[in-house]
Design a protein around this ligand. Structure first.
Ligand code: CTP
Length: 408
């Protein structure tokens, strides 16, 4: 899960309706609180049957809203106060009932009435039995909400509480967070209509059936760029090496292993891309010969003959059309500015993001990075911080949406 500064101080409202996945809302609330968001929650009467109010109150550190007319309140407008307070909302889980009510403008309890009064980005995370989800009435209601601009965090296929598999499981936490991240994004339309192709992670060059050459890249920076591009409304194509990260939601993701596979996959998709960001640590060398049987150890040692792989980034930028922009990364431990500038020119890039993996707070596998972005006539250090926030600043520099830049 990516931490981010963007949630700090944000007013996030979580609505819990009556489904077995209600317990999963706890994990989301916990994440939001750890990111510094102010979280308040509202629950339906059925929601309270699945999870206790006390649990949610303890996590939010704030009373949960449930009643339209609670005792002791002098005015019946607290559903409006809460709607005016919220900067982003997620209904998790969203039952067929709440989806149907919203699509038809019905407010008959606190939560549904509050939904009608909201005027900030709102996400529904449906969870229900697969037959209910596929019911044409539910599908029509979902289409209506989508059409009105609500975010829908589609349910996933998997094992259901009923004891069989189908589509209807609440989307995983990463997907919920990605939708919320988009909901709070200051520039959610800044890549609308654009296709962004991103490479991420390391590649593996096999020597024999049990050995390989690889590097320390985990893909976090590239995946963070994919989250960011999704939040800005882009179509995202992610080509990534092996690893444990979950491909982001609504992203066309292609897993590859070797540098040659990465080259072929990027080559196939590059013509569709408006922007190509090469964040992968692609192997520069591959064994000249693959041994189909395990190489036995010899007393005199082993000399491996390696040959060069193709440079994905350089080849793509040689093919780039006028509307396409190509961005590279440079991993440098010595003479960083000089070496990165050389790559910028040599690979004919529009921008290069330079980082030094040996610096504290940067490098492989960690959540933070320190990056300097360079163009032909500018070099600027970005705010050191979480990879997702660094990804945000990279797009800010590219699109002019940052501080002092153009606002969409
Ligand atoms: N790159 C690529 N294909 C390769 C090697 C690198 O697309 N076969 C891309 C990387 O994704 C990165 C950029 O080129 O965007 C620079 O990668 P880096 O490893 O810093 O440099 P190299 O070009 O490999 O040169 P060197 O290892 O000598 O620094």
């Amino acid at each position: 899960m990516f931490p981010t500064k963007r949630l700090e101080g944000k007013n996030i409202l979580v609505g819990i309706t009556g489904g077995i996945a209600a317990y999963k809302s706890c994990e989301l609330i916990r994440y939001l609180v750890t990111q510094g968001a102010h979280v308040r929650a509202m629950m339906t009467a059925n929601g309270e049957k699945f999870i206790s109010r006390l649990t949610i109150e303890s996590l939010c550190n704030y009373p949960v809203y449930t009643e339209m007319f609670p005792e002791g309140r002098y005015a019946a407008t607290h559903h409006i106060e809460l709607a005016d307070w919220a900067e982003a909302v997620i209904i998790i889980p969203a039952t067929a009932n709440i989806i149907g009510k919203m699509a038809n403008g019905i407010g008959d309890d606190f939560l549904s009435t509050n939904l009608l009064a909201l005027h900030c980005p709102t996400v529904f995370a449906p969870a229900m039995n697969s037959n209910m989800w596929l019911n044409p009435a539910v599908q029509r209601n979902i289409a209506t909400l989508k059409n009105w601009g609500y975010g829908i965090c589609d349910p996933e296929e998997g094992f259901l509480a009923e004891g069989y598999s189908g589509v209807g499981r609440l989307a995983r936490l990463e997907y919920q967070v990605q939708h919320l991240y988009r909901a709070i994004h200051p520039h959610p339309e800044s890549l609308k209509g654009k296709t962004v192709l991103i490479t991420a992670g390391g590649t593996r060059e096999h020597i024999d059936p049990v050995r390989m050459l690889t590097n320390r890249a985990t893909g976090k920076m590239g995946f963070a760029l994919a989250w960011e591009a999704f939040a800005r409304g882009a179509e995202v194509i992610l080509v990534h090496g092996p690893g444990s990260l979950i491909p982001p939601v609504e992203v066309e993701s292609h897993g590859v292993v070797s540098a040659a596979e990465m080259f072929d996959t990027v080559q196939r998709h590059f013509p569709r891309a408006d922007l190509f960001i090469s964040a992968a640590a692609v192997a520069d060398y591959t064994p000249a010969r693959y041994s189909t049987s395990k190489i036995k150890k010899e007393e005199q040692g082993l000399t491996l003959k390696l040959e060069r792989t193709r440079d994905v980034l350089k080849t793509m930028s040689q093919q780039k059309k006028a509307h396409q922009r190509v961005i590279g990364f440079a991993v440098e431990t010595d003479n960083p500015l000089e070496n990165a500038r050389k790559k910028l020119i040599d690979k004919n890039l529009d921008m290069i993001a330079l980082n030094n993996p040996s610096e504290a707070g940067a490098g492989f596998g960690v959540d933070t990075n320190k990056v300097t972005v360079m163009t032909r006539d500018d070099a600027r250090e970005l705010t050191p911080g979480y990879k997702l926030d660094v990804a945000g600043e990279i797009f800010d520099r590219l699109l002019g949406t940052g501080e002092g830049g153009r606002d969409d």
